[in-house]
Design a protein around this ligand. Structure first.
Ligand SMILES: *Cc1c(COP(=O)(O)O)cnc(C)c1O
Ligand code: SF4
Length: 439
């Protein structure tokens, strides 16, 4: 990781005065000039920590590295930085050095569920494939803190090939999630290579990319990158906005490019104390995302990773947020609230309860306004009998695509591929006579 020297610092300072400089929007310039030490950060934002604080912060960043793009740093409100959601997500807190005894380096047991380098295979039909450990910014709340920023363990092509080989040899995998680190920090060529390799595998139906780039480095979404993603359709991109203030002109432009390129977009937020633990903030965020053609996907309860206690909320906070969104705003602006099971059980959906009682043939429900209602179930529903096996079942289990092209009317006579030679009105007298004579 390159430190920002005095010279770079000057350049940066100049830059803050005049953001129209051409290189500001150059994503490689942004990465190269990322802020990676406390004192540069202090200088740029005119903040002063006392010696003790600085020492502690430096200790923390030697374990969990600090790296902020100049773009993301420029969004911090330095007047009130202590409450600023951008600052809180990007700058270490002294509390990160406190490790609770229920906290873990790998709370989701991603390493234990790893059959090949970089692969976490937890669910039957999909895998997580970590293809880098580098991110545009190191989020302080990252669940994968143990890994990110560890440049020494960036997988090389040989290792990536082992992961690809595993996917190739495991026919039940139909969905591959590229994660990291940040997959969109690869060069266009490398990304193209890996997408090509994965797409060659016949049983892979869809590729997903999890990326925070649209939030912390929107300039990375270049026309060239969109072309690469487009080429490998269907590729879904899930991004990670946590606060409405992150939706800037540039990040909206990045989302527009992706959406115009036909890339389906989703968003995964993490519920973070002091950042977005408020129904109004999450609701606004989700409505703004939808306005920018991004579908809110998950709202995560903060994991039990080490040093994240200060970010965690009770689960009831998440339930409260869901309660205040369901029914109150567009259904597709509402994410699913999930807790990723410690120990590797996968994501578990949690919701307020809407089913409040039941009896045979009846359920009692309540709606978002508190109206209590009953729904009468059918009296003579016949459950499909599975005991005889699928061959005996009357349900049409053929799930192949329907043959959609059926010729209609005169079209039948015009098409060489259809062997109809005449269209005859119903009850035609002459043909009726013919039929009668045949009897
Ligand atoms: C989140 C996750 C997935 C994807 O889960 P979906 O619910 O399909 O989005 C797959 N594998 C692992 C290990 C995950 O953590
Ligand atoms: S972008 Fe994702 S993987 Fe990278 S530091 Fe942030 S949360 Fe972690």
């Amino acid at each position: 990781m390159q430190l920002v020297g005095e010279e770079k610092l000057k350049e940066l300072e100049e830059n803050y005065k005049n953001k129209s400089l051409s290189y500001w929007k150059d994503w490689k310039w942004q990465i190269k000039n990322s802020i990676t030490n406390i004192s540069t950060f202090e200088k740029l934002l005119n903040i002063k920590f006392n010696d003790e604080e600085r020492k502690k912060l430096e200790e923390i960043t030697s374990t969990f590295p600090l790296s902020i793009t100049p773009y993301y740093l420029s969004l911090i409100d330095s007047e009130d930085y202590k409450n600023d959601p951008i600052f809180l997500q990007s700058f270490p807190s002294i509390n990160e050095s406190l490790v609770g005894n229920h906290e873990m380096a790998d709370p989701l047991h991603e390493d234990k569920d790893s059959p090949a380098p970089g692969i976490t295979h937890r669910y039957p039909d999909r895998v997580l494939f970590h293809i880098s450990n580098v991110c545009a910014m190191y989020c302080r709340h990252c669940t994968r803190k143990r890994k990110v920023g560890d440049v020494s363990s960036i997988p090389n092509r040989e290792e990536l090939k082992k992961g690809i080989e595993y996917i190739k040899n495991t026919p039940q995998i139909r969905d591959v999630l590229l994660s990291g680190g940040d997959a969109l920090l690869l060069s266009d060529e490398n990304l193209d290579w890996i997408l090509t390799e994965i797409q060659k595998i016949p049983h892979v139906e869809v590729i997903r990319i999890g990326s925070r780039v649209p939030v912390v480095l929107p300039y990375r979404i270049t026309d060239g990158l969109v072309e690469v993603l487009k080429k490998h359709n269907p590729v879904w991109v899930n991004t990670h906005f946590n606060h409405p203030r992150e939706l800037t002109k540039s990040s909206k432009e990045a989302l527009r490019k992706l959406a115009d390129g036909g890339i389906p977009l989703g968003n995964q937020s993490v519920l973070l104390a002091g950042v977005n633990d408020c129904p109004e903030i999450i609701k606004k965020l989700c409505q703004q995302l939808v306005k920018n053609r991004v579908r809110p996907y998950y709202l995560y309860q903060c994991d039990l990773s080490e040093g994240l206690a200060h970010f965690r909320t009770p689960v009831s906070k998440g339930i409260e947020i869901m309660e205040r969104m369901i029914g109150h705003t567009s259904g597709f602006a509402i994410p699913t609230y999930v807790i990723d099971a410690p120990g590797g059980g996968g994501k578990i959906r949690v919701m307020p309860n809407y089913l409040i009682s039941s009896a045979p043939n009846k359920v009692i429900l309540r709606n978002y306004e508190g109206i209590i209602t009953s729904y009468k179930e059918p009296d003579n529903y016949k459950n499909p009998d599975c005991s005889k096996g699928c061959e005996e079942c009357k349900l049409l289990k053929n799930t192949d695509e329907s043959d959609e092209y059926r010729a209609v009317g005169i079209e039948k006579l015009l098409m060489d591929s259809n062997d109809t030679i005449s269209l005859i009105p119903k009850n035609n007298n002459r043909l009726q006579r013919r039929e009668d004579n045949e009897d």
